[in-house]
Write a protein of this length. Structure first.
Length: 149
């Protein structure tokens, strides 16, 4: 006849207990990582939606076409490729977003980098930095208040 053990159940079956706790820990870690990834991805998609809805890349393209240096370098009309979102978020002076896109014209191509600021809802987006990078270097463009939406 076998004598009943006086040790608790989790000490009697240590291997199964450790496997169970380890599996539970890994499952919890996976759920946490998945939720974190989903939240970051959703924020990124929301920022892209806001930028596309505001047509910020069209504002940057209009500012570039208004600059005679860009027209001499790339020609006219300019065409924009897909928008790539950079840093974005809220600051003390409002919402700020960095974005870039490929731009091409009849004479050449380059990459437009821009930064936009949304200080208050009634003011709308304002371009605060505009730069065209091309094969020969980079041009700082005027991001004037008249290029607002």
């Amino acid at each position: 006849m076998r004598r009943a053990s006086t040790r608790p159940w989790f000490l009697r079956s240590r291997g199964r207990w450790l496997a169970f706790v380890g599996g539970l820990f890994l499952a919890s870690l996976g759920c946490f990582a998945g939720t974190l990834w989903w939240a970051v991805e959703r924020r990124q998609q929301e920022a892209v939606r806001v930028v596309r809805h505001a047509d910020l890349h069209h504002l940057a393209l209009q500012a570039a076409e208004a600059d005679p240096r860009v027209v001499a370098l790339l020609g006219s009309p300019l065409q924009a490729a897909a928008l790539e979102l950079g840093r974005h978020g809220r600051t003390t002076d409002g919402a700020r977003v960095d974005f870039s896109f490929e731009v091409s014209g009849p004479l050449g191509r380059g990459r437009m980098r821009a930064q936009a600021l949304w200080p208050r809802a009634e003011e709308g987006w304002r371009l605060v930095h505009l730069e065209l990078a091309h094969a020969g270097g980079a041009l700082e463009l005027r991001a004037s208040p008249d290029v607002e939406r």
